[in-house]
Design a protein around this ligand. Structure first.
Ligand SMILES: NC(=O)c1ccc[n+]([C@@H]2O[C@H](COP(=O)([O-])OP(=O)(O)OC[C@H]3O[C@@H](n4cnc5c(N)ncnc54)[C@H](O)[C@@H]3O)[C@@H](O)[C@H]2O)c1
Ligand SMILES: [Zn+2]
Ligand SMILES: [Zn+2]
Length: 398
């Protein structure tokens, strides 16, 4: 049988590349055959901040989990019931797995599909509590409900020439864009983006695409803030003594923004003197403070229901000290949850193919081999201003 290798979670702080099973057209939990699925040869697969939560031991992910939910692939084999996706197609795979048939999928809410995970709504590849689907930081992977989920790139050569951009369609570009859309960003908006990791940078680039007047990005890592400045964002260093509101005032003249996006999540650090300390509710509380009355808060940053490494007992079950009274008083709208990638990926693909955005440049997409994955995880954890793109078959390098 054909061989396969993938990135496996070993223990907190450690991943290794191991031999893993070659994928089958089979449900990994029940063993039932999956004729609506395809086997993909992976063209590119990215390391994500969401993977880091697991690898840092901040979730209940079991040892042995094959990681990877950001997948772009070439179709090798199709199941009997796949009608429109063909062998040889180059496709982007949304990180959300969705059936296309349930109530939520029919409403376009593919991040909370009701039929792909026995334990809760919503599923993803290679992720704890997300249905047991095998991850794609590997050479090959199986993708179910292929006709519904997969986005085919119109032209193979063009796709390969822009693959460092297109690889971001499986998650962070749509996720950052969704954060901006749900915060209500449009022409002339003044927006604050918390976090200059890849999701924050993708969100900031999306805010520019949507016509924002001022895009302010906050973080504590100088290289990441420099990356944000490199494509026209204002950057705020949250290690400084001046408060976030004061720093915003220095930029736009008032201590307030129209809307804000949390691209950090539950491992948030405090501001100022607390910048080295974990304060999980910091971003949520600070964006309520600085957003105008009537503004909206997009929250793609991840919050969990179980965190063994949390700072206190409440946070261990995802219960945080949020000043909801303030948000209520200001009539804030709040949008949370997984990004429904399918809602945006085709449009964002067109923006890439027609040079309306340089998303790979914005997030500094950097290709590495599968054997460099463990190093990539370590560098990313240290705050490298890079989005690591694993190139398991040397197709990007070629
Ligand atoms: N909703 C979704 O569908 C979805 C999809 C992808 C990623 N995510 C989540 O988005 C978040 C960001 O992902 P990433 O890959 O950019 O991760 P990342 O860890 O690289 O980036 C997080 C950044 O936040 C910074 N930070 C910490 N505390 C902060 C604070 N108080 N204010 C501002 N910045 C602060 C960190 O220094 C870091 O640069 C993660 O929680 C990830 O799980 C969600
Ligand atoms: Zn991701
Ligand atoms: Zn569904």
């Amino acid at each position: 049988m054909a061989s396969n290798r993938g990135v496996v979670y070993i223990k907190p702080g450690e991943v290794q590349v191991h031999s893993i099973d070659f994928p089958k057209l089979e449900d990994p939990t029940t063993g039932k055959s999956i004729e609506h699925g395809v086997i993909l040869k992976i063209v590119s697969t990215n390391i994500c901040g969401s993977d880091q939560h697991m690898v840092r031991g901040r979730t209940t992910a079991p040892a042995g989990l094959v990681l990877g939910h950001e997948i772009t692939g070439e179709v090798l084999e199709t199941g009997r019931d796949v009608l429109f996706i063909k062998k040889g197609d180059i496709v982007s795979v949304p990180f959300n797995i969705a059936c296309g048939r349930c109530r939520n999928c029919r409403e376009g809410r593919t991040g909370i599909c009701l039929n792909v995970n026995n334990s809760r709504p919503g599923a993803a590849y290679g992720y704890v509590d997300m249905g047991g689907w095998v991850g794609g930081q590997a050479e090959y992977v199986m993708a179910p409900y292929a006709d519904f989920n997969l986005l085919k790139f119109p032209d193979r050569d063009k796709a390969m020439s822009k693959i460092r951009d297109l690889t971001l369609l499986s998650d962070i570009f749509p996720t950052g864009f969704h954060g901006a859309v749900t915060a209500g960003v449009g022409p002339g908006t003044v927006v604050y983006v918390a976090g200059a990791g890849p999701v924050g940078l993708a969100c900031a680039a999306s805010c520019h695409l949507l016509g924002a007047a001022v895009v302010i990005v906050g973080d504590m890592i100088p290289e990441r803030l420099a990356q944000a400045r490199s494509f026209g964002c204002e950057a705020i260093d949250l290690k400084k003594d001046a408060t976030l509101a004061q720093q915003i005032e220095q930029i736009v003249g008032v201590p307030e923004v129209d809307c804000a996006v949390d691209c950090v999540g539950f491992e948030a650090r405090g501001h100022g003197h607390d910048a080295g300390v974990e304060r999980p509710a910091t971003v949520l509380n600070s964006i309520m403070e600085i957003t105008r009355a009537g503004g909206a808060l997009g929250i793609p940053g991840l919050y969990v229901t179980g965190d063994p490494g949390a700072v206190d007992e409440n946070a261990k079950i995802g219960m945080l000290g949020i000043r909801i009274g303030l948000g209520w008083a200001k009539s804030h709208s709040i949008a949370t949850g997984q990004c429904p990638v399918l809602k945006y990926n085709r449009q964002l693909m067109m923006a890439i193919l027609h040079d309306k955005i340089q998303i790979a440049k914005a997030v500094n997409a950097t290709a590495i081999s599968l054997d460099q994955a463990a190093q990539g995880y370590q560098d990313f954890d240290k705050g490298a201003a890079k989005k690591f793109v694993i190139d398991p078959h040397g197709m990007i390098a070629a």
